[in-house]
Design a protein around this ligand. Structure first.
Ligand SMILES: Cc1cc2nc3c(=O)[nH]c(=O)nc-3n(C[C@H](O)[C@H](O)[C@H](O)COP(=O)(O)O)c2cc1C
Length: 326
């Protein structure tokens, strides 16, 4: 059911993509998801303005390890020229496998600056950004869109066609409007409509929580691959279980506590190695809570971890917890 995708010189063996997620899809999490079979991982979105200013924090978001390849760096911004400059910077200094354009972020801080999903209100600009970036870099270029700004303005089809014309080589659709944010259900029928109209590969995204969901999206829409976001948090095994399901039509048993503990502590190690001490603990809390969700004593541990001062304290609390629960 899953065929490789070829973008220029890049062969994507398995089109199960880890979604870009701000505050989540950092280098440690990408490495974890990769180890469970994600075919492509994307960085969290990075500000084109920040890249051009060579802001330290912005550059930190883009650092990746060769073990993550193929890896895509996602950028957002309003101005075509700045987007092009930042893409050239990324191509020159980082050489990821893919550069991705964000036309979907609904966060007020971003749309107020005319970036992310705000660009779906101005398709001339969307096309100008894609053309400018296409001209600036030779790396495979992909884009991610929502269905439109609001339900009165569903523009995914026109946006997709403009992007394809501008030379984007793969598109991901999250079929919710910007106004919807994450409410309601993603409208997978729009994925099917776009797939039928486009010649570039289309990745479907939105609400995949299980191997069966992934199989259903592929079957119902004919899309070329699936992107997984929220359901992978605390459950990177989802990638291996989707792969297994698509190949063998069987559902793997969920990981046991020992397997969860192994991944939890591996993630802690990567976290400590990548993030500055003062952020590492706080940035890990969402992941930590998600790994232990549903386990006996999880609520108490989550409470304790939320009060932890740093990653070391989280590690100590978890050592006691998994020791007791293993
Ligand atoms: C915490 C969080 C941060 C996100 N950050 C980004 C981002 O930086 N760039 C982007 O294109 N989408 C972002 N998204 C949207 C996801 O990539 C994805 O489209 C969305 O979560 C739907 O997929 P899912 O149902 O598999 O989670 C974010 C989503 C979440 C929950």
């Amino acid at each position: 059911m899953l065929k490789p995708i070829i973008l220029k010189n890049l062969r994507i063996e398995n089109p199960l993509l880890l979604a870009p997620m701000a505050g989540i899809s950092d280098k440690p999490f990408r490495q974890i998801c990769k180890s469970f079979g994600a075919g492509v991982v994307y960085t969290e979105f990075v500000s084109a303005d920040g890249i051009v200013r060579e802001n330290d924090r912005t550059l930190h978001y883009m650092r990746f390890d060769d073990t993550e390849r193929p890896v895509g760096v996602q950028i957002f911004g309003h101005d075509p020229e700045t987007m092009a400059k930042s893409a050239r910077f990324i191509e020159t200094y980082l050489q990821p496998d893919i550069i991705d354009l964000n036309f979907g972020c609904p966060v007020p801080k971003v749309v107020k600056r005319g970036a992310g999903s705000a660009i779906l209100k101005d398709l001339e600009r969307l096309e100008a950004i894609a053309l400018a970036v296409r001209e600036a870099v030779s790396l495979p270029l992909t884009a991610k869109i929502r269905s439109g700004w609001d339900k009165g303005h569903i523009v995914a089809m026109e946006a997709a066609q403009r992007l394809q014309r501008a030379g984007i080589e793969l598109l991901t659709l999250h079929p919710r409007t910007s106004k919807q944010q994450y409410s309601g259900e993603a409208d997978w029928s729009l994925i099917r409509e776009l797939k039928a109209a486009l010649s570039i590969p289309l990745i479907g995204n939105g609400d995949i929580k299980s191997p069966e969901d992934a199989g259903r999206m592929l079957e119902e829409t004919g899309c070329d691959g699936v992107m997984i976001g929220r359901a992978a948090i605390g459950n990177p095994w989802l990638f291996s279980s989707i792969l297994h399901f698509l190949q063998k039509k069987e559902i793997l048993p969920p990981p046991d506590k020992a397997a969860i503990a192994e991944t939890f502590f591996r993630h802690v190690e990567l976290q400590g190695a990548h993030h500055p001490l003062m952020y590492a603990g706080n940035l890990f809390k969402t992941h930590a809570a998600a790994y232990i969700r549903g386990m006996d004593g999880a609520a108490h541990l989550r409470y304790e971890m939320n009060r932890a001062k740093d990653l070391e304290q989280i590690r100590t609390l978890a050592t006691t917890f998994f020791g007791q629960n293993a």
